[in-house]
Design a protein around this ligand. Sequence first.
Ligand SMILES: O=c1ccn([C@H]2C[C@H](O)[C@@H](COP(=O)(O)OP(=O)(O)OP(=O)(O)O)O2)c(=O)[nH]1
Ligand SMILES: [Mg+2]
Length: 149
Amino acid sequence: MTATPIRIAIQRLAHGEGLPLPGYATQGAAGMDVVAAESLELAPGARHAVATGFAMAIPAGYEVQVRPRSGLALKHGITCLNTPGTIDSDYRGEVKVILANLGDTPFPIGRGDRIAQLVPAPVQKAGFVEVDSLDETARGSGGFGSTGQ
Ligand SMILES: O=c1ccn([C@H]2C[C@H](O)[C@@H](COP(=O)(O)OP(=O)(O)OP(=O)(O)O)O2)c(=O)[nH]1
Ligand SMILES: [Mg+2]
């Protein structure tokens, strides 16, 4: 069973002309590949908010996550520094992909190269209720490796 795709309005910006809009590489892909709208070289240890050339209006109640591509990560050490990046439903600016080079060689990015993938997701909102004490649990305040390796 496949959930009905949500519709997301997308606006191509002037510098995005001629580029493919984000899309699924295969029928079962979870992420829509997004391409760079600029060319640059990312030095080892450097980061850059890479232009995509488009803006979106995500329906209320949803977000779009910006995730790295595993091939770039494994072969070249290229990742999204803030992964998963969050595109808010009320954001109308250009979507950017914050790439970082964790590898040891400069990495060239060409206009049109697939640099990341977009995954829409429903947003569960919450409200905090301030209390004086919390219920007890077996774990208590143990964390950060408290159960062993
Ligand atoms: O990878 C990303 C992450 C964010 N954004 C844009 C869309 C998002 O809605 C906005 C704000 O992102 P976020 O909330 O992660 O950043 P912030 O540092 O909290 O900025 P703000 O104060 O604008 O919310 O920046 C991107 O284009 N790409
Ligand atoms: Mg924010």
